[in-house]
Every structure is written in structure tokens, then in C-alpha cells.
Design a protein around this ligand. Structure first.
Ligand code: 5AD
Ligand code: SF4
Length: 458
């Protein structure tokens, strides 16, 4: 029987979490995961559509896979995820070696689709759903280190930032039943996992009403009154209370919804990691308005002050876009100023890429020349590189609890792990095992990594 699948994942953490759901659905139907594309019967490419270069990369990969298909004509290739949703049948027309296209809310159809494809059909399923959360599906952690795992807590997004394709590729926002999230985290702890990252496009708008549970299932659980209405702070509290040895992280937070209440829950639990990813996108009030971000630079800086006040040890990271429609030199300077004010520990920095269907595509001009975008991006990258190095230099001499994740990429005599602030720390291996907590004193650093010596093991 032809039943070996190979999943290749591009894009955000959410996509990696989705690939584990896809794997679970197909494993239940009798398919097994292959470690390489070379002996797979089906290659599933879980794609990203966030910027044009993400899509170009997939197109290139599809051309490469043609060679493999020439050697093995029975090999079937499918496109999953955001690019599948965005381009749908167009992909099928343009990429003749693709047999199936499946959008993010249609993964339950995969077993039946694969059986039809085996008989030579080509199929596309891209219906978006208002309710699908895959909450009954236990992800198969097929590519896991056995220590850290993602848990998807919601799907979709309806913030409609002017530049962003996600509301069109992932549909409306919906939250998952908190009890299923807690159960999944509990099971991970039982299986030896030590860290979970709760995922959503905007976790701060997580919201669950147990009336839904009442309507869908038989009865309300009267022993858990906190389930009547659960927002993100309550959910985080529930997950962090499972086991003090389980670290809890989350991503991503929208600045407009970051509440003091959430920060207080983070302060209450030592095992909630002190790291907040708070995408700023721009430091200019005019750009933020045009981007439809629903906050001003002053609001954003007030949220930063709240983090510093309530969680003094918290690290802060961000996303930023250089060269959005009509961005002036003054707007760009405001972004650099924002970086100097906040002094981020890490930043994901991008050149604006116009995406079809978005508000920007319909109403704005992509009028910043590419060389100007590139120059502005480089200025942000250079500034951020310097800030990250200076921030890291201040860590020298401090001691952190580190969850050991694996062998360092540089040397097999060294291990790496992360501290609560999500900074990577490298240290000598000794007799330490991945999955252990150790205390490490920082002795040296680069802009990206801390290097230290172990002081105590647990
Ligand atoms: N062009 C460039 N960057 C984008 N992002 C989202 N849409 C675009 C786009 N059209 C960035 C934002 C977002 C991150 C995931 O990707 O910074 O936070
Ligand atoms: Fe993730 Fe957005 Fe890319 Fe989809 S388009 S994979 S949601 S980053």
C-alpha cells in the first residue's frame, strides 16, 4: 500500500502546529510519516503567504520536486496552508505536478482526498470555517525534541491590518475549548515535556464562553465555574497551574489588547516565561493609523512601561515593517526612535511586500522604491544588532535557570537551552541531559547568544 507521507513546513509557528494536526489526521487513517522526501508516496507542503518571497520559495521548491517525480512518477505532491488558501485552483493550473490543494480549515478531508488522488484525480478543498478548531485532535509531535511543544489555542484573525493576508488565508477568529487545551498540556507533561507555547494570531483576544459548551454537549460542568467565561489571562493561569515544572510561553500579542491583568497573571507564576512578543510594525503615528493597527506610539509605549513596571525582568521582542505605503523619511526615523526607546531583545524585521486582496492592495500605492525599502530595513537591522549586543552585555555575570533543549549547533561538546526571557544560552555539556533544568552563569556573549558556565543542576 502506498501510505508514506512527508510533510514540509514553511512559515510561522502556527503552521508547524498545523502540520502536527495534519499528521495526526493522516496517521489515524493509516498513513505513516517518512523522515525524508525520498521514500514518501505523498509530499505535503504546508505553505506561507505572508510575503511574496515566501511564495516564491515554495514555487522554487515545487520545481525542485519535479526531478524527484521524474524518477518516481507515482509520487503525489500537495499544497497545504495559507498559499493553498490564497491561490486555490490557480495553483493547480500553474503547477502541473501538484495533485491536491488543501486550505487550513479543510485538513479533516485529507484522508478521503488522498484516496481519490491515488486513483489519479486532482482535488482542491479550501472552504474556510467559522467553527473549526481541531480541538478533538491530538497533534502528533513527529519532529519533536520531546521537551518543547506548541499548543494552538485559537485560529484565524479578524484584525484586518492593512498589509496582512492572514484574515483572508485563515478566516475568522475562533477560540478553542479551554478544557481541551489544559488536557493537551497535561498529557504533554505526563510524556516528559517541559515547555509549551500557546499559539494564536492574537492570543490576547482569546475568548471562550461555556454557553457554547452547554449548547453543544449535554451538560455544564458545575465544578468548574471559572469556565463560564475564559479570557487569555484565565487560560494562562489554568495552564501554568498544571505543574510548576512546565514552562509556559505564548505568542503573539497585539498591543491594543495587552492588559495589565495579563501581566499580573504572568507575575504570579514563576513558570510563565518572562518574554513578550509585541509587534510594533512602525513607530510613526501616521503609519500605524494607515496600517489599521488601532494604537498610537504613545499607547504602545504605555504598554511597554506597564511591562517594565509589573515584570521588571521581562524581555520584549517585536516585528517591524520597513517601507509601507507612503512611508516618509520622517516616519522611518520614528521607527528608529521607537527601537531606541524600547531597546528590544530581538526583532523580526521585514520589507513591506504588497499582498493581493488586502486593504493596502485595494486602496494604497506600493510607492516606496525597493532600494529605499532595503536601505531603511538595513538601518533598522544595524540599530537592532547594536541594541541586542548591548542588552546581552548587561547579562554578563548574571545567573539564569535554563531548560536544556539539545546539543549546540557549533560543537557537540556543548549544549544549548533558553532562560525564561527566551535567550539562547550555550554551555559545556558535562553529564547534563536535554530536558534538565540547570543554572548557568553568563560569562560571554554575542548579539544572538549568551555563553556561560553551569553552577547547579536539578
Ligand atoms: N509585508 C511585510 N511584512 C509583513 N508582515 C505581515 N504582512 C506583511 C507584509 N505584507 C509581517 C508583520 C507581522 C509578521 C508576522 O509579518 O510584521 O507581524
Ligand atoms: Fe503563518 Fe501568516 Fe504565513 Fe499563514 S501567512 S503561515 S498565518 S505567517
Amino acid at each position: 500500500m502506498k501510505n508514506k507521507i512527508y510533510i514540509e513546513t514553511y512559515g510561522c509557528q502556527m503552521n508547524f502546529a498545523d502540520s502536527e494536526i495534519v499528521s495526526s489526521i493522516l496517521n489515524k487513517a493509516g498513513y505513516t510519516n517518512s523522515r525524508t522526501p525520498d521514500d514518501a508516496d505523498y509530499i505535503l507542503i504546508n505553505t506561507c503567504a505572508i510575503r511574496d518571497n515566501a511564495e516564491q520559495r515554495i514555487r522554487k521548491r515545487l520545481r525542485e520536486l519535479k526531478a524527484l517525480q521524474r524518477q518516481r512518477p507515482t509520487l503525489k505532491i500537495g499544497i497545504l496552508g495559507c498559499m493553498a488558501e490564497r491561490l486555490q485552483k490557480q495553483l493547480m493550473e500553474e503547477e502541473d505536478n501538484v495533485s491536491f490543494i488543501v486550505g487550513p480549515d479543510a485538513y479533516r478531508n485529507l484522508p478521503s482526498m488522498l484516496s481519490h488522488i491515488a486513483q489519479g484525480e486532482r482535488l482542491a478543498e479550501t472552504m474556510l470555517s467559522e467553527t473549526e478548531t481541531y480541538d478533538d485532535i491530538e497533534p502528533v509531535r513527529y519532529d519533536s525534541n520531546g521537551i518543547t511543544a506548541y499548543i494552538s489555542i485559537m485560529r484565524g484573525c479578524q484584525n484586518y491590518c492593512a498589509y496582512c493576508v492572514v484574515p483572508y488565508t485563515r478566516g475568522r477568529e475562533r477560540s478553542r475549548d479551554p478544557q481541551t487545551i489544559v488536557n493537551e498540556a497535561r498529557k504533554l507533561v505526563e510524556n516528559g515535556y517541559r515547555e509549551v507555547t500557546l499559539l494564536g494570531q492574537n492570543v490576547n483576544s482569546y475568548h471562550w464562553e461555556s454557553a457554547k459548551r452547554n449548547a453543544e454537549s449535554e451538560e455544564l460542568d458545575s465544578h468548574t465555574p471559572s469556565l463560564i467565561s475564559v479570557g487569555f489571562p484565565e487560560l494562562l493561569d489554568m495552564v501554568a497551574s498544571i505543574d510548576p515544572r512546565l514552562r509556559v510561553r505564548f505568542a503573539t500579542s497585539h498591543p491594543k489588547d495587552l492588559s495589565d491583568n495579563l501581566l499580573h497573571v504572568m507575575a504570579k507564576h514563576d513558570n510563565i516565561c518572562k518574554c513578550i512578543h509585541l509587534p510594533v510594525q512602525s513607530g510613526s503615528a501616521r503609519m500605524l493609523k494607515l496600517m489599521n493597527r488601532h494604537y498610537s506610539p504613545e499607547w504602545y509605549l504605555d504598554r511597554i512601561d506597564a511591562i517594565r513596571r509589573i515584570l521588571p525582568s521581562c524581555s520584549i521582542t517585536t516585528d517591524v515593517i520597513a517601507g509601507f505605503c507612503s512611508e516618509t523619511e520622517e516616519d522611518h526615523q520614528a521607527t528608529l526612535e521607537m527601537f531606541r526607546r524600547v531597546r528590544y531583545d530581538y526583532a523580526y524585521m521585514f520589507k513591506f511586500s504588497m499582498r493581493p486582496n488586502t486593504y493596502a492592495a485595494k486602496h494604497l500605492q506600493d510607492d516606496i522604491p525597493d532600494d529605499v525599502k532595503t536601505r531603511r530595513l538595513e538601518e533598522i537591522i544595524n540599530l537592532q544588532g547594536q541594541i541586542a549586543l548591548e542588552n546581552n552585555q548587561k547579562e554578563i555575570g548574571k545567573t539564569y535557570e535554563v531548560l536544556v533543549e539539545g546539543v549546540s549547533h557549533r560543537s557537540d561538546q556543548q549544549l544549548f537551552g533558553r532562560n525564561s526571557q527566551n535567550k539562547v544560552i550555550v554551555f559545556d555539556r558535562g553529564d547534563i541531559q536535554p530536558g534538565q533544568y540547570v543554572h548557568v552563569r553568563v560569562t560571554r556573549c554575542t548579539a544572538a547568544t549568551l555563553i556561560g558556565t553551569v553552577t547547579t543542576k536539578q
